[in-house]
Design a binder for this molecule. Sequence first.
Ligand SMILES: *Cc1c(COP(=O)(O)O)cnc(C)c1O
Length: 372
Amino acid sequence: MEFIDLKSQFLANETAIRNRIDKVLAHGSYIMGPEVKELEKKLASFVGRKHTITCANGTDAIQLALMALDIGPGDKVITTPFSFFATAEAISIVGASPLFVDIDMATFNLCSKRLREKLNNISESEKAKIKAVLSVDLFGMPSCTEELEDICRDNKLWLIEDAAQGFGGAINNRKNCSFGIISTTSFFPAKPLGCYGDGGAIFVDDDKLEAILRSLRVHGKGRDKYDNVRIGLNSRLDTLQAAILLEKLKIFEDELKLRANLADKYYCNLSSILTSPSLPKGFTSSWAQYTLLTKNTAERHALMDYLHSFDIPTAIYYPVPIHLSKAYEKYKSEPMPVSEDYSRRCLSIPMHPYLTDQEQQLIIQKIKEFYA
Ligand SMILES: *Cc1c(COP(=O)(O)O)cnc(C)c1O
């Protein structure tokens, strides 16, 4: 059994994907070819944003977003410690510093109540340094709630959505990647919409920001790439990856439905035994992961071993909250009790559109058996 089955997905769509790749090989426009523009149009219309700017990966996408908003040395950006390292890393790369706020116990996303408390309990001079909230759609669950939008508006903070895991999710009919001033995503192969290498995208409505982002991703280009008007990056999406994504986007809605069905099945069968992130009313997750909370670390390892003995793969997202990583040593004394607790107990089980009914049943049966 596969934790994420990219091979089955390829085999089910092999002809279409190979044909798309062949077209790129025939025209030979490997950098910024026509597929890149076509994909950007389709992505913008999918999420309901005016502009999509593709780039080299999801980490660059966050970095470019921060650069476009002129966030840098001396600035602070609020974010969650319960995410992939890249979320905080992108803040540090531009010279700013992350300010961690713990997560909500039910959704596993940045907690609005704690954020409000944090903002109410710091000095005006400290508060003036905070420029933005970088909110992560963890495991696919939308994180940019109305409450979070209100807090950002009231405190004059930019809201940036890190939807690396969230592409495909929504709050009512507002899609992930359409929240805040800028949203970003990743097309790393294992993400809900993945390519066959690294890739990412940035989503904006504002025309000025769009122009800045298009410049930033190609060495800060002005009229052309030898007219350099600002310091940027080399961060383009390969034409070949765009071609692959165009084919995968065609099947994406069907895949989302299959993920949602599997999540329902897991929930119906396992929610009385184990907690998992609870989806507020009107929210749609892209189900990048299906995560369970065991009682403690020992139980987690026993359950993992039990499942592995039946060839059921598992993964831990995330074993170390970002503020406890070596790189962020100076943050380790700031308690983030929920993130710390969850990192000791969380366990993700296979979640992808190509799990057979038999495999789904086996996973559910073995987890039930373990707790019986
Ligand atoms: C994967 C991921 C990223 C980074 O994306 P890459 O394409 O791997 O650079 C950033 N944030 C979150 C939450 C992620 O899951």
